[in-house]
Design a protein around this ligand. Structure first.
Ligand code: DAH
Length: 347
């Protein structure tokens, strides 16, 4: 076969392809033409290509080049016809999944705050409206802030090494628990009372929310790490009646209007008098924490004149507040990091 004959057949093929593809009106037609011209088995291009073997060897490179040009031209005519028809059947579209706009969408997975974090934000919000500002204290504490300044004497059972996480720090060996500089994971947020009275001018009205640690075996109501909300109000004439009002206002804001507050006489080294705080909720008295009037010994340790200043303090368990509200019955569920459980408490 001569080069000229070969080129003529290519040109005829290209003319025919251009003409028919220009007129194509449906994607079915287009697909039929694609098979006809560039089909891998019996396409017209394939047949012309087979003729190449019969061309003189000298002319073969020229024939090959011409063949490639025509093949590309037909392919781009197919592409533009397909684009004109809205993409169906084009080389590109056949690689992509067809879009079905009637299918339901893919829901994006949104994260959310942990129920304890939600509770903390809620508590801050309520107490903020009652005029309390928010402070923070360190989770690694010394015995001065965790016990001594809080009037907790050396032989008090709360300081027992078995009831606390005492720490050996890089700079210090594990010190005796009676040493003022012995370090521990704080066992209560009352430490923050001392820290603010050491550094901030009176009067003050603060809350502090954070983690505390005690070596309790985990069960439905105990966990070695939990959260407390500490409150402290120091001013010239702070009274127990104000303490009760604040705790009642707090409880009704957080739990609802039918909540009652009960004080039961109790003892804490850093308050005098001291009370246990119970809330009446869903036909039960539930204990939420302790409170009282700041003990004069605490003021004395900080050089504050207890004749001039008075104050109240309270400490509530955040997990209890959170669990009551969300109907969670096992504290361990909060800390298993099981998203299937936590996801139920969307904010
Ligand atoms: N710190 C106490 C505890 O962990 C709770 C507490 C009781 C805090 C009385 C107070 C308070 O501020 O006045 O058990």
């Amino acid at each position: 076969m001569s080069l000229q004959n070969f080129v003529d057949s290519l040109d005829r093929l290209l003319d025919e392809a251009n003409a028919t593809l220009d007129a194509v009106a449906s994607s079915e037609q287009l697909e039929a033409l694609r098979v006809k011209f560039v089909g891998a088995k019996n396409g017209a291009l394939k047949s012309v290509q087979k003729l190449m073997g019969a061309i003189e060897a000298d002319h073969r490179p020229a024939a090959g080049k011409r063949f490639n040009d025509v093949r590309d031209a037909i392919q781009s005519a197919l592409d533009s016809a397909s684009e004109r028809l809205g993409g169906a059947g084009s080389r590109r579209a056949s690689n992509e999944l067809p879009v079905d706009p009637t299918l339901p969408g893919i829901r994006p997975i949104l994260g959310q705050l942990h129920p304890i974090t939600q509770t903390i934000e809620h508590l801050k919000d309520i107490m903020g409206r009652l005029g309390f500002s928010i402070t923070e204290g360190p989770e690694i504490e010394d015995t001065w802030h965790n016990f001594m300044a809080l009037n907790i004497p050396e032989d008090h059972p709360a300081r027992d090494p078995l009831d606390n996480f005492y720490l050996a720090t890089a700079s210090k060996q594990l010190l005796s628990p009676t040493d003022r500089d012995a370090m521990l994971l704080r066992s209560q947020t009352s430490t923050v009372q001392i820290r603010v009275m050491e550094t901030q001018p009176l009067p003050l009205r603060i809350i502090s929310l954070g983690r505390v640690y005690r070596p309790d075996a985990p069960d439905a109501t105990h966990f070695p790490m939990f959260h407390q909300m500490e409150g402290l109000w120091v001013d010239k004439h702070v009274t127990m009646a104000q303490l009760k009002s604040v705790l009642r206002l707090f409880a009704t804001s957080y739990l609802g209007n039918d909540v009652h507050v009960r004080f039961r006489p109790s003892f804490f080294p850093f308050t005098e008098p001291s009370v246990e705080v119970d809330y009446w909720w869903n036909d039960n008295w539930i204990e939420f924490g302790g409170a009282g009037m700041v003990d004069p010994n605490v003021f004395k340790a900080l050089g504050i004149d207890s004749e001039e200043w008075s104050g109240f303090a309270f400490g509530l368990g955040v997990e209890r507040l959170c669990m009551r509200r969300f109907g969670i019955v096992d504290i361990r569920d909060l800390y298993r990091s099981d998203v299937r459980f936590l996801r139920q408490f969307a904010s």
